[in-house]
Design a protein around this ligand. Structure first.
Ligand code: F6P
Length: 359
C-alpha cells in the first residue's frame, strides 16, 4: 500500500487530465491512495498544504479529454521558484515544500512538468529526498531533452493546424497571406510540425537563420496569391524588437504583399486531447506507477525508439543545452531544440517551404 501525490506545474497543456485520471486509475487498482496537490508548489507551500484525495469519480473519465489541469498549475501570485526568488524567499520556499511533503506522508510524488520544472526539481533535489520523485514531461514546446514526445505537443500541433485551416479560407477570398505566430519560447518544434502538417509557404524557427528579403522574394514568387507564413515566437530579427509576426508582416506590406497577422495564443494549449496524446499520457502514467513500484527516484518517463520507460533526471540534465535561469539566481535549465538532423527539415525544404538558409 503506497500513498502517492501528483501535481502539475508550469504552463498547462492538453493531456494533463488524461495523465491525472490514468495515474489515479492505475494507482487505485494497486490499492494505493492518491493525493492531488492543488496549484503545484503553491499548494505545497500553504500551511496546511492544499490537496484533494482522489476517489474513482473525482476526475471522471468523461472529463479526462478536456484541456487544462483539474489540479490547477498556479495563479498569478502563486508561490513558486520564480516568485520565491523574486521576493528573496527561496530558502523558506524549499523548507515549506519539503515539510509539506513530509506531513503528507507521501511515498512518492509524480511531478508533471516542463523542462523548467524538471530542471528545478533536479537542481533542488534535497527537497524531494524523503520520497520517490518521478517526473512526467509535458509541454507544447517539445523542448525537453531525451524524450521523443511530451504530453500536450501533438494536441498543440493539431490546434495550430486547425487555426490555419480556418484562416486559409478567408485568405483565399481576399487574395492575402496570413503571418501566424506560434508559441514555443525558444524552440521551433511546434511551428515546424504544424507548418509541415498544414503546408505553410514559410516556416521560421529560432534554430535556423533566415533572410527577410529572401522570405519576401519567396512569397512574391509563389504560384498562389494567398497562404500561410508560420513564425515561431522565439525567432529574433536583427535590428527589430516586438512580435516577430508584426515585423514580418510590415516587411511584406512594404514590398506590396497583402497580408494580415494572426495569433492563436493560448488556444495552442487548449483543445480536446488528441488520441496520440492520450495514448502517450496513459503510457507515461503507467511507466510512472511502475517506477514507483520499483522504488525508482529522480527519474522521468520518456519515449525512446517507440518505447516508454524511465531515465535518470541526471541524464536529462547532462543531455540538454544548459542555460542560466534569467529569473532565479544560480539555477539552470536543460533545453532541447530542433536538431539540424531532423528529417522533417529535409522534407520541408524538398516541398519548397522557405525555412531560411539551408546548411
Ligand atoms: O512553455 C509553454 C509556453 O506556452 C510557451 O510556448 C509560451 O512562451 C509561454 O508558455 C506562455 O506563457 P504564459 O502562459 O505565462 O503566457
Amino acid at each position: 500500500m503506497k500513498r502517492i501525490g501528483i501535481m502539475t506545474t508550469g504552463g498547462d497543456c492538453s493531456g494533463l487530465n488524461t495523465v491525472i485520471q490514468r495515474v489515479v486509475t492505475g494507482a487505485m487498482r494497486r490499492g494505493w491512495t492518491v493525493i492531488g496537490i492543488l496549484d503545484g508548489t503553491d499548494g505545497l507551500c500553504a500551511s496546511p498544504a492544499r490537496f484533494v484525495e482522489f476517489t474513482y469519480d473525482t476526475l471522471p473519465i468523461e472529463t479526462a479529454r478536456l484541456a487544462g489541469s483539474w489540479l490547477h498549475n498556479g495563479h498569478a501570485g502563486a508561490l513558486n521558484y520564480e516568485t520565491a526568488a523574486a521576493t528573496g524567499r527561496l530558502n523558506e520556499f524549499n523548507r515549506r515544500v519539503r515539510k509539506s511533503l513530509q506531513e503528507l506522508k507521501l511515498d512518492a510524488l509524480i511531478l508533471v512538468g516542463g523542462n523548467g520544472s524538471l530542471s528545478l526539481a533536479w537542481e533542488n533535489r534535497e527537497i524531494y529526498s524523503d520520497l520517490s520523485l518521478v517526473c512526467i514531461p509535458k509541454t507544447i514546446d517539445m523542448d525537453v531533452p531525451l524524450t521523443d514526445s511530451t504530453i500536450g505537443f501533438d494536441t498543440a500541433v493539431q490546434q495550430v493546424v486547425n487555426f490555419c485551416d480556418q484562416l486559409i479560407l478567408t485568405a483565399r477570398s481576399h487574395h492575402r497571406f496570413f503571418v501566424v505566430q506560434t508559441m514555443g519560447r525558444d524552440c521551433g518544434n511546434l511551428a515546424l510540425k504544424a507548418g509541415v502538417a498544414f503546408g505553410a509557404d514559410v516556416i521560421l524557427i529560432p534554430e535556423i537563420k533566415f533572410d527577410i528579403d529572401e522570405l519576401v522574394y519567396h512569397i512574391q514568387e509563389q504560384p498562389r496569391d494567398y497562404g500561410i507564413i508560420l513564425v515561431s515566437e522565439g525567432i529574433r530579427i536583427r535590428g527589430h524588437s516586438g512580435r516577430p509576426a508584426d515585423i514580418i508582416s510590415r516587411k511584406l506590406t512594404a514590398a506590396g504583399v497583402v497580408n494580415r497577422t494572426a495569433f492563436p495564443e493560448h488556444i495552442q494549449r487548449a483543445g480536446d486531447t488528441v488520441a496520440s496524446d492520450r495514448i502517450l499520457a496513459v503510457k507515461m502514467a503507467d511507466a510512472a506507477l511502475n517506477a514507483i513500484e520499483n522504488n525508482e527516484t529522480f527519474v522521468m518517463t520518456r519515449v525512446h525508439d517507440g518505447e516508454c520507460d524511465t531515465i535518470g533526471l541526471a541524464e536529462f540534465f547532462a543531455a540538454g543545452e544548459i542555460t542560466s535561469d534569467p529569473k532565479i539566481p544560480n539555477m539552470h535549465t536543460s533545453n532541447a531544440y530542433v536538431s539540424p538532423d531532423d528529417p522533417l527539415l529535409a522534407v520541408a525544404y524538398n516541398m519548397g517551404i522557405y525555412m531560411g538558409t539551408e546548411e
